[in-house]
Ligand binder design. Sequence first.
Ligand SMILES: [Zn+2]
Length: 223
Amino acid sequence: MTDSPRTPGDAGASETDRAPHMVGFQVTDVDFAKADGLVPGVVQHARTGQVLMVGFLDEEALRVTLDTGLATFHSRSRGALWTKGESSGNVLHVEAVELDCDRDTLLLHAIPSGPTCHTGERTCFDPGARPGSFVHELDEVVRGRQLELPEGSYTTTLFTGGVRRIAQKVGEEGVETALAAVAQDDEALLGESADLVYHLLVLLRSRDLGLADVERVLRRRHG
Ligand SMILES: [Zn+2]
């Protein structure tokens, strides 16, 4: 195995299960010596930015993570490698790995296939504590509904109704929001705004787009 930075499509892996490719450093760049062969690895949701968990990696764990695309750590209690989700199935698909400025901490951008915490929560940290993240979480929930189409879900009825129907709802909610702004109290305006944002997320998803794509446009305009 070489330590050269990876490029998309490395090792002939398919589009869906390829190893992480956005690795801008070499394994030998990592300062494992500083803390007895281990470096902390912070796992962040690749779409929402939510911090999911923290584990420790030795050089072998990092190589396995890069080779398999599944977050793999060194268990300090067992003194062995473990791939997150190897028993529960709730693995972390790593899309990119970053090395920090001191070369002694890794940031893993990953898509979880289930709850990350052993308690069944999505993250080992308090999901409610981070301000500004909820719309992204909602975007993820909407994405999940689109994939699973659970029965009895309003979001499912929107997706099965098709893009025209969803677009019509966004138009209606837009008008209602505008009317509330000029003729109703704050509570009504906020309620209509929430309806509008939710339906807009569903509309974007129906075109395989998400909040992150809108953010990219906004950043470009204001950057
Ligand atoms: Zn946990």
